[in-house]
Design a protein around this ligand. Sequence first.
Ligand code: PLP
Length: 430
Amino acid sequence: MNESATQPLSRRRFFRWGSSLTASLAALPLFAASNAQAVAATEAAGEDYYEKLGVAKIINAAGTYTTLTAACMPPVVLAAVQKAALHPVRLHDLQVKSGEYVAKRLQCEGAVITSGASGAISLATAACMQAANNIGPMDMPQAIDGRKNQVIVQRAHRYGYDHAMFLCGARVTEVVTLDDFKRACDAGNAVMTNFFNAAEEEDGIAGSAQIGREEWLKVAHEHGIPCHLDAAADMPPISNLWKYTGMGFDLVSFSGGKGMRGPQNAGLLLGKKRLTDLAHQNNNPGDGVGRGMKVAKEQIVGMVAAVDWVLSHTEESMQGDYQKRVDVIVKAVKGVASVTTETVVPKIANHVPHLLIRFDPAVAGISTTEVVAALRAGSPSIELNPNTGHGPNQGIPSDANTLVVGVWMLQPGEDEIVGKRIRAALIKKS
Ligand SMILES: *Cc1c(COP(=O)(O)O)cnc(C)c1O
C-alpha cells in the first residue's frame, strides 16, 4: 500500500494543499469561465477523429485523387456547409433551387447537384434512357432489354466509368472510324453517346480517338442522339464550366471534389433542361438508380458554394500560387547530383503546373520506387503523383527515373517540407 494514502495528512502537507486550494478558489470565477470557453472552443473546433481513429494525415503531393480523398474545401465553402448542417429543409426544394442557381451561374439550361461525376454519368444515362424509350425511372435496369439501350463510345474513350452507364441497363456500342460512328447512329438503338473529354484525338498517335468534338456532335445530332461529355477533372480553366454545354453537348459532368474543391461526394450534371429534369427524376430520394447516390444537404450546399468560390476567381488567380510552390521545391533539389527539373501543365485534365524531377538512379543510389517508399514511410507521410516512375500518361511525360510532384493540393507551407524531404531522399546514399 502506498504510504501517503494510509497516513493522515501532515500539518505541513495540509498547509501546502490548503494554500493551493485557497489560490484556486480565489481564481475560481476566472478559472470556470476560461474552462467553459476552452470546452466551447474544443467543441467548435471538433475532435480530431483522424487522431482518435489512428488514421495518418498525409501531405498530398499527388493531386485530386479519389483514393487520397481528393481536395480539401476552402474555408468559405466549409463555413457554408457548417451553416447548412444546422437546419433541415425540404430536400426537393433544395435540389430544384440549387439546380436553377447553378445553371444560371454556369450559363446552361439546367443542372443537377450529383454525388460526383460518376453519379452524374449514371443520372445522365438514366435521363437519356427515359428520353429514348417510353419508360419511367423504376424500369431501369430490369425492363430495358429489347428497348433502345446503346451508348455509342469511341474505343479510345472506353474506361472504368462505363459502369456508371451499365448500372442503368445500358450497353456500349464501340466505334473507331467516322463510318463506324455513322453506322452505329443509323442502327437506331442508341440512347446517348459518351465522350471522354481528356481522351481527345491526337494526330498520328496509334490507338488515339479519330473523331473530334465538333464532328461527333454534328453526326449524333443529325440522328437526334443526345451527347454526354465527361469533363470530371477538367476545371481549371473555369471557362470549361460553360464551354462544352455552349459547344452543344447536351449533358456535361464535372466532379465536385477535384479542382472545384467542393465536397468529395458531390458533382455537377449540366445541360439541356429537358434532360436535366429527367435526371432529377432519377435522383435520390426516388428509388431509381440514383437512390444509392444520396447527396445530403451539406453536399448540395457545399457544391453550390464551391461553384461560387470558383467563380470568385480569375483564370490567373485560379492557378493560385502553384508555380511558386513548384519554384520552392525546385530550389530545394537544386545542386543534387544528376537532378534536372521541368514544369508541365497537362492539356486537359488536371490543367495545373506539375513538377517533374528527373535523376539518374546510378548516381543517386536510389530508385523512384525507393523514393516513393521513403516519402511514404516518413513523418508526415507524403504521397507523390502516381505517374512517378512510369508513363508518359495523361499529358505528364514521366518515365522510370522521374518523380512527379502535384503541388495544387498542398496546404500552406507543405511545399517546403516536400522539397526538403525529396532532397534528403535523393542525397541519402550519394
Ligand atoms: C474522377 C473522374 C470521374 C469520377 O468522378 P467522381 O466525382 O469521383 O465520381 C469520372 N470521370 C473522370 C474522367 C474522372 O477523372
